[in-house]
Design a protein around this ligand. Structure first.
Ligand code: ATP
Length: 330
């Protein structure tokens, strides 16, 4: 079986971008008999931003509840919290030692912060902690330790997968073939879901539409999505529309083809947004209820995550031993 792996940081509530870019494709892969899936909550990754204990606990629960509410089956998928698998962090150090510093200087998340600082006339590394800087090494460790073949992520994460491949290559060259080179698995049609301000929808930009938002607020947020005032008149133009792109993720095939016609006939943005609201709300009513229920019973989730970590370690511990032998530590 091919191995797939993906993680989400507990840095905010799950939003439409997370769902479309990562969770939905990941759950689809997990259903297939061809794949063995490992999905995790990247809490130590989240710590680069979230540094309040209560907030960390709540957000972590929120991500766990979201995956489960959306249909993750913990019997099929190895579902764990990153911090419960210590081998990941031991490998992170090992990988750090074969990773050229220059590779980190070019990483997007770090560059975005330093470019922002430069633009604002601040010191280049203002507000950048070492976690942010070495983030891609931890991510490489997440992926390589599980020998993942495929990593379903949104387009924004493409570079990090490339970096994981590079790091695997450096290690393999030095110590002999050890790590599999992972491939990204990207939903081409959905690309990067834009947020309310037009930038990438991101928990850190505060521009998100939370997936489990209650209906009245959801409707308001959808109405805030920026739309081009010129109506699409060309039938092909539905492809240019964010509203349409989101709609197709939540509606049935028939509904999508009806919507294509309505776009061709010159649907108003108000109507298109109302339809989008109905599609999302309709599809999320059940998951939203399950999510609320799970948030009310954290013990149940703790048990699931503990079992998941145990299963994860059944593969990570022996593999780490193998790696340590290769580097001459054991
Ligand atoms: P942060 O703002 O803290 O970086 P985020 O909202 O960007 O968080 P992550 O936890 O970094 O989300 O990402 C989880 C998954 O969701 C990743 O696979 C990522 O590619 C995907 N993802 C995040 N935002 C989007 C988006 N706007 N469109 C498509 N996919 C996305």
């Amino acid at each position: 079986k091919q191995r797939v792996l993906t993680g989400i940081k507990p840095t905010g509530r799950i939003h439409l971008g997370n769902y479309v870019g990562a969770i939905k494709p990941a759950l689809k892969l997990a259903e297939s008999e061809e794949f063995q899936a490992s999905y995790f909550i990247a809490d130590y990754h989240g710590m680069t931003k979230v540094q309040d204990a209560e907030e960390m606990r709540n957000l972590t629960r929120g991500i766990a509840a979201a995956w489960l509410a959306l249909g993750l089956d913990p019997e099929k998928v190895t579902f764990y919290r990153q911090s419960d698998v210590p081998e990941i962090f031991e490998l992170t150090w090992i990988l750090s030692c074969v990773t050229p510093k220059g590779l980190m200087n070019r990483a997007h998340a770090y560059k975005a912060m330093t470019d922002g600082n430069k633009g604002a006339g601040q010191e280049v590394d203002h507000g950048v902690n070492m976690g942010v800087y070495t983030y891609p090494v931890l991510m490489a460790s997440d992926i390589l330790l599980f020998q993942a073949d495929k990593v379903p992520v949104g387009k924004d994460q493409l570079q990090h997968i490339e970096i994981a491949r590079d790091i695997a290559g450096y290690f393999n060259k030095q110590y002999g073939g050890t790590f599999k080179l992972p491939e990204h698995f990207i939903q081409e049609q959905s690309a990067v879901v834009p947020g309310l301000d037009g930038r990438k929808m991101s928990k850190s930009y505060n521009n998100t539409i939370p997936l489990f938002e209650e209906p009245a607020k959801l409707k308001k947020l959808i109405n805030k999505i920026k739309t081009d005032s010129s109506l699409p008149t060309d039938p092909k133009d539905h492809d240019q529309s964010v509203i349409f792109a989101l709609y197709r993720e939540f509606a049935s095939q028939e509904e999508v083809s009806v919507m294509k016609d309505r776009f061709r006939d010159g649907i108003s943005w108000g109507e298109a947004k109302a339809e989008l609201f109905h599609a999302i709300n309709g599809k999320m009513t059940g998951p939203r209820e399950r999510y609320m229920e799970l948030m009310g019973s954290p013990e149940k989730m703790e048990a699931i995550l503990a079992r998941g970590a145990q299963r994860a370690r059944e593969t990570t511990a022996p593999f780490l031993t193998e790696i340590k032998k290769k580097i001459g530590i054991l």
